[in-house]
Design a protein around this ligand. Structure first.
Ligand SMILES: [Zn+2]
Length: 386
């Protein structure tokens, strides 16, 4: 905010016109004066002719305000008056209630300790809609593009599709889109399809690494078996990736378009950013507390406590998506440290991967032709990563 421009009304009804006002507005020798609608100020505009209700600046750049106008505005001598310079007029007053943007004094609505006129509000609404829609549009195109590449089965594309899909899901949910909305249903379906390939691929990679890393022969056998079964699952699911293009298809783009035209504006209107963001922050805090509590139950329960880590990871990812979106939409940030949140999310997703692997060991226990102690050894070994 720029400093206020002020000057004092003297006892003779004269007020000196500050240099900044004279410099930014060619006032000329004659001005027209009119009292503002709410009575608490005057509007100075260029006089078309030098006769009638017009007033001139004297040689000391002082403007005489007639007693009648001073009375209407409720001005007395020694009053400090504020100046506001608009494109084709200047305002002077004690406590000017005018539109923050165009200085109009008509059709004002209070907005965060200031005022905006109906025209500027309308314009601001359109700008806001654009600012909020743009980052969503970008997410949708990144998602559809990543999905079209992902059907080839490249891990980088699969991960990108899943991450962006998750981000889009979180933001739509934040904006108040209900869970049974067709857009969210499609995002859920795509996520399940992607997860079915990504999870075994990640597992396979980790089991294979452990197979080389472990010094124990029997454990290596367990890892080998797990690597093989994960690989089989991954190949089978990769073969079904063609379905992704049937899930994220023209119908999806069509519903996105309809959604933008018919629903988005009302959602923006109803979205109280601060309250909703708080709810996301609270969800993270609660999940964090729950995880801390589960972890406190001792080492034996650690594997079970990893389930709370998964829900914490989910909450953190959602908060990151929301913060990132709001930042792109130009909303003031609420002090959430994105870098810190991202580090946290990375650490948690590593824990979630370990949980997936431990669960897989439990699921495949019966298939393994080794003594229980080797299976326990494998689990302990992987838990050692924590
Ligand atoms: Zn305005």
């Amino acid at each position: 905010m720029t400093a206020k421009i002020t000057s004092k009304l003297d006892a003779t009804g004269r007020v000196s016109v500050p240099r900044t006002v004279r410099d930014s507005w060619e006032m000329g020798s004659a001005v027209r004066l009119e009292v503002l609608k709410n009575g608490d100020g005057l509007r100075l505009s260029r006089a078309r002719q030098t006769t009638g209700d017009c007033y001139t600046l004297n040689s000391q750049n002082r403007l005489f305000v007639p007693a009648e106008l001073r009375e209407q505005a409720g001005w007395e001598a020694d009053l400090i008056l504020e100046w506001k310079v608009a494109d084709d007029f200047v305002l002077i007053g004690r406590d000017l209630q005018v539109c923050e943007i165009c200085y109009s004094d008509r059709a004002l609505a209070p907005v965060r300790q200031t005022f905006l006129c109906a025209d500027c509000l309308d314009e601001a609404g359109k700008n806001k809609l654009y600012a909020w829609e743009k980052p969503l549009d970008r997410l949708v195109s990144r998602f559809t593009e990543a999905c079209s590449y992902a059907s080839d089965g490249e891990m980088a594309d699969l991960n990108e599709a899943r991450e962006v899909g998750g981000e889009l899901h979180a933001v739509l949910h934040f904006l108040g889109v209900p869970a049974d909305h067709e857009l969210l249903i499609t995002l859920d379906k795509a996520d399940r399809r992607l997860r079915k390939v990504i999870e075994p691929a990640r597992m396979m990679e980790a089991f294979e690494a452990w197979q080389t890393k472990t010094g124990k022969k029997k454990r290596a056998l367990v890892y080998e078996h797990l690597t093989r079964t994960a690989g089989k699952k991954q190949r089978k699911q990769s073969g079904k990736l063609g379905k992704l293009n049937r899930i994220v298809n023209e119908d999806f783009e069509e519903s996105w378009h309809t959604f933008k035209v018919e629903e988005l504006y009302n959602l923006f209107e109803a979205c109280d950013v601060d309250t909703r963001r708080k709810a996301y922050e609270l969800a993270v805090e609660e999940a964090e507390a729950e995880w801390n509590q589960a972890r406190g139950a001792g080492e034996d329960h650690f594997q079970a406590s990893l389930a709370s880590a998964a829900s914490l990871e989910q909450s953190v990812s959602e908060l990151i998506a929301v913060c990132r979106y709001l930042e792109e939409a130009g909303e003031h940030s609420d002090g959430n440290d994105l870098d810190r949140l991202q580090d946290r999310q990375l650490e948690l997703s590593r824990l979630c991967d370990i949980k997936t692997r431990l669960d897989e060991v439990d699921r495949r226990k019966e298939e393994l032709d080794v003594k229980q102690k080797h299976i326990r050894g494998v689990k302990k070994e992987m838990l050692g990563e924590v």
